[in-house]
Design a protein around this ligand. Sequence first.
Ligand SMILES: *Cc1c(COP(=O)(O)O)cnc(C)c1O
Length: 324
Amino acid sequence: MTASGTAGLEAAVVNTVSPGEKVLVLVTGAFGERFAKICDNHKLNVIRHDVEWGKAVSPDIVRKYAEKHPNIKAVFATFCETSTGVLNPIQDLAEAVHTHTDGLFIVDGVSAIGGADVKMDDWGIDVLLTGSQKAMMLPPGLCFIAVSPTAWNVIEKNSARPFYLDLVKYRDKLADDSTPFTPGLSLLMGLEQVLNRINNEGLEQVFNRHLLMKEMTRAAFRAMDIPLLASDEDASPTVTAVQPKNFDPDAMRKLLKAEFGLDLAGGQQHMKGDIFRIGHMGYCSPANVLQTISLIEIGVQKISGETETATGTKAAQKTYLEWM
Ligand SMILES: *Cc1c(COP(=O)(O)O)cnc(C)c1O
């Protein structure tokens, strides 16, 4: 679809469930919250489970809600919670959803797909969506949605599907290699190129490279003694959130932007001024990670005067050299 990622979230909601129906939304940060807001907006009966920002959701939770609420039509989750750098355990969540409910399992994969391994069919994801501008390496403007046979059955029976976001229209037109509305054609041409690029590198190696970049980044901050927001177990291969105690992350971001043109993301909502985030997805390479760490060390040195430079770079280099 020619639209940003959020349209994918909205399409996933409004095609599959109808006003009044009960849904469970697992909220681990700003993007889980967006799913909850879309569900509220669609007048669903929303059961919302909030997890402390920086932590992954536990699959056990699904059973607890399912016991209390027999009629859950869909469970919504975020694969990579971009606001915190957490990768939720989607495979285990899918199993819990299908064991304890008859509902669909719907996943926002916007900052994960293209960087984190996913087995939609094997794991039992019913709707999986992503956007063009994160790990898919394109400018913004496209979103992609994959739908399971079970979910298609539900969607086809929905008599109040939206107009532009009607997934059945897109599926039917796809059979003629076409789209129901004017496509973002230049982006589709770019898409062919990035898919070739992913193919040439090899999907397994793409995922391996993202895991390596995660480990390099985390090793660097551990060595610098600057706290990471997410635990090793919960950490995403595509984005790392850092929660410094001894300096203002926004002051450092500002300095790095001004001196080097390096863009680091800040915290969202209540984490504003508390964390900074490093995106290491898509076009990023281990070389970019080394450069970023090295620049951050200059920033930290200038802002706090505390860390000896090259400590983090050295740890990241070591991780790189030891990576199999
Ligand atoms: C970026 C992002 C979105 C929103 O996508 P837009 O293209 O900005 O509409 C949704 N979910 C996640 C996890 C994201 O990272």
